[in-house]
Design a binder for this molecule. Structure first.
Ligand code: PEP
Ligand code: MN
Length: 329
């Protein structure tokens, strides 16, 4: 149950009543909306308190992420609004490899219309024998590129112990597909109050994905953007199956903005453009796309990273599709 408090109301009396009911509860402040979340509903159904503006029954397992109490949220990442009529494009290499390369990609993608820079310093690799990322050195490169080019940065955190460090460099913290149910990490990112890009694990149902977002929201961090990046299905021809159905369904369930990563499901660069166009046509609020100066030589995901020319061409086509669905890029 969500007890949404009246402005300026003191939650202590309500909290006393909830404690007496033996329910569990959590007080959160989401963008100034002060909410007491209490569970299970049956313990608190009878509670009435004059400090409460609205009482919202739990109709889904996720409550704070649900659309039931809030129509739409806009997540502001250092001045870039995600969830408005403008579709936000974050672009950059899979991994930060060296400063010159990230600097060049950043300049070009900005010119082509991207409003954020992506790049992994801590890389979640299937094999421990492959490039693991530059770690802190990679974060420092990202900071220098950001200062020189002026694009906010989205970069991944792999381990809850590194979360404060990554947050001190990143404008938006990415939680990768493989960590999407790492509940300790989700809580940590919630506590840091930095905007978070929460990938969907390749095994996760939409409900599980929204419950992962709930962990972050419950720590009082309202700045969550969900990211569909493909799930595992029986289909082996592509790396993953981009679940557009799940993405549009999620939009009917949650007020949180939704991003799509067309690069990782594609697994090969010629499929990235049609997937990106489909995502925008279907209502994605953000795209996160891998672009490399010389994809052939990339230290990770070399097959799917776009060349600069391909990215520029993609941005032109995206503008047409965005315009057709009443949005801009
Ligand atoms: C990435 O975006 O760099 C990445 C590793 O993606 P995912 O977690 O979706 O595999
Ligand atoms: Mn990658």
């Amino acid at each position: 149950m969500l007890f949404i408090l009246k402005d300026e109301a003191d939650p202590s009396l309500l909290v006393e009543k909830i404690k007496m009911s033996s329910a569990s509860y959590r007080y959160v402040d989401l963008d100034g909306r002060r909410i007491v979340v209490a569970w299970p509903d049956k313990y608190v159904e009878g509670i009435v308190d004059e400090t409460v503006a609205v009482k919202v029954r739990a109709t889904t397992p996720y409550q704070l992420a649900s659309k039931v109490w809030r129509e739409k949220s806009i997540v502001n990442v250092n001045g870039v609004e995600i969830g408005s009529s403008k579709v936000v494009v974050a672009a950059g290499p899979c991994a930060v490899e060296d400063e010159g390369m990230v600097m060049e990609v950043a300049r070009v993608v900005k010119k082509a219309g991207a409003s954020m820079l992506r790049g992994g310093a801590f890389k979640p690799r299937t094999s421990p024998y492959t490039f693991q990322g530059l770690g802190v050195k990679g974060l420092e490169i990202l900071r220098r590129v950001k200062d020189a080019v002026g694009l906010p940065i989205v970069t991944e955190v792999l381990d809850a112990r590194d979360a404060p460090l990554v947050a001190s460099y990143a404008d938006m913290i990415q939680i990768g597909a493989r960590n999407a149910q790492n509940f300790a990490l989700l809580r940590e990112v919630g506590k840091l109050k930095r905007p978070a890009l929460l990938k969907r694990g390749m095994w996760m149902t939409v409900e599980e994905w929204l419950l992962s977002a709930e962990y972050i929201l419950l720590e009082g961090n309202s700045k969550v953007v969900l990211c569909e990046r493909g799930i595992r299905t029986f289909e082996k021809a592509t790396r993953f199956t981009l679940d557009i159905t799940g993405m549009v369904y999620a939009k009917t369930q949650t007020h949180l903005p939704i991003a799509v990563d067309p690069s990782h499901p594609a697994g090969r660069r010629d499929l990235v453009e049609p997937l990106a166009l489909a995502a925008v046509a279907a209502g994605a609020d953000m795209l996160i796309i891998e672009v490399h100066i010389n994809p052939e030589k990339a230290l990770s995901d070399s097959e799917q990273q776009l060349t600069i020319n391909e990215f520029e061409k993609l941005m032109e086509r995206l503008k047409l599709v965005a315009g057709a669905v009443g949005r801009t890029i």
